[in-house]
Design a protein around this ligand. Structure first.
Ligand SMILES: *Cc1c(COP(=O)(O)O)cnc(C)c1O
Length: 401
């Protein structure tokens, strides 16, 4: 994989020896003759036509991500949500049903809500802790199982091999949002799932300078997506964004290991801090999901969520007291980013679902960056120390334990 992230899908001798993939910043491609144009449109001759239908810089990225996820074909999109919506719309029609993990990216939740209102495409949530949890929610009209793991923001894990096995019995495709793990830590297609989607904005880009999405799966299905919900809805990736992602991808394994190293150090210290109630991180030997993490993930990743002891005001005060750590949504960047899910990333999720998803007013999501972990911890610790917890709040936490 360390070699594929650098070389797959590109050979410099095809491009005048250019070491890095050239940026084809062009909207359209010229034909040598009218007949050649006809052949290209008819599909009788390979070649580029118009950048919404394909672009050489974007093609290299698509081939690279397909190789990294061990899939047949990759497709690039203008954002993670363009990828999620193109895949979900391709799989569903009016009156169908989608079964989801009980925890979804906020805008994916918003998309499913819209699909229900406009097309009566209904959805249910399942914790998917056991085979029976999955089976219990499958209906005759279920056409897709849509899973996030680790689940944002509570870091709960779902056993992908188990879900894929059950889904196969019913002939239902499983789509996995692999954004939080990246292909370096988890490969859902190897576990029997059918489609992987990514917000490439996060770890794949890795530098906080691009919004982009990717999808990988069987050639037949992604060919169909390419010609319908990608081409005709039009959420394509810009060539320059593909170029930035190709650059970011080269260091994915190196960055992910450093994100994981840093997160492991921060996790240990958060667990021991007196003003922290619960800490959620996949690589936690005391967590009931730990066997799933050992089974399907290389390491625990770079995102940690934790609850402070106190109120919403205390959580906001904690963020305001940070010195160099940045308050921002998104994750997977070199910079450590910290946010308050209940009022930011998951503000669109109705309160009853927030409760159900474990998103409390005290919950903080931390995307551990690539800085020295000692500096990250020093900043977190000084801000945590400033939370003045009433003895009342402490006793509540003790009771709940
Ligand atoms: C950010 C994110 C998305 C959406 O991606 P965009 O690139 O912002 O459109 C989808 N799923 C998950 C898990 C994400 O973190």
């Amino acid at each position: 994989m360390e070699t594929s992230v650098i070389h797959e899908g590109y050979d410099s001798k095809d491009m005048l020896g250019s070491l890095t993939t050239p940026l084809f910043q062009t909207s359209t491609f010229t034909f040598e003759s009218a007949e050649q144009g006809e052949r290209r449109f008819a599909g009788d001759e390979d070649g580029y036509i118009y950048t919404r239908l394909g672009n050489p810089t974007v093609t290299v990225l698509e081939e690279r991500i397909a190789a990294l996820e061990n899939g047949e074909r990759g497709l690039a999109f203008g954002s993670g949500m363009a990828a999620v919506s193109a895949i979900l719309i391709a799989l569903t029609k009016a009156n169908d049903h989608v079964l989801c993990s009980s925890g979804l990216y906020g805008c994916t939740f918003g998309l499913l809500t819209m699909m229900k209102e406009k097309y009566n495409i209904t959805h249910d949530f399942s914790t998917m802790e056991t085979e029976d949890d999955v089976r219990a929610h499958i209906k005759p009209e279920t056409v897709c199982i849509y899973v996030e793991t680790p689940i944002n923001p509570t870091m709960k894990l779902i056993d992908l091999e188990m879900v894929a096995r059950v889904a196969k019995e019913y002939g239902i495709p499983v789509v996995v949002d692999n954004t939080f793990a990246s292909p370096y830590l988890q490969k859902p297609l190897d576990l029997g799932c059918d489609v992987v989607v990514h917000s490439a904005t996060k770890y794949i880009g890795g530098h906080g300078d691009v919004i982009a999405g990717l999808a990988v799966g069987k050639k037949e299905f992604l060919d169909e997506v390419a010609m319908t919900t990608l081409k005709d809805i039009g959420g394509v990736m810009a060539p320059f964004d593909a170029w930035l992602l190709l650059r970011g991808l080269k260091t994915l394994p190196v960055r992910m290991d450093r994100h994981c190293d840093n997160a492991e150090e921060i996790f240990k210290r958060l667990k021991d801090h007196p003003n922290v109630a619960n800490v959620y991180y996949p690589n936690d030997v005391t967590h009931s999901d730990y066997p799933i993490m050992k089974k399907q993930m290389r390491r625990g990743g770079g995102v940690i969520s934790f609850e402070i002891i106190g109120t919403k005001k205390d959580a906001q005060g904690f963020l305001n007291n940070l010195d160099f750590l940045k308050i921002a949504v998104s994750l997977g960047d070199a910079e450590t980013l910290i946010e308050h899910p209940a009022t930011m990333t998951h503000a669109v999720v109705p309160e009853e679902f927030q409760q159900h998803m474990g998103i409390t007013d005290q919950l903080i999501r931390l995307s551990v960056g690539l800085e020295a972990w000692q500096d990250i911890w020093a900043d977190l610790e000084q801000a945590l120390d400033k939370i003045s917890v009433s003895s009342d709040a402490y006793s509540k936490v003790l009771e709940s334990r």
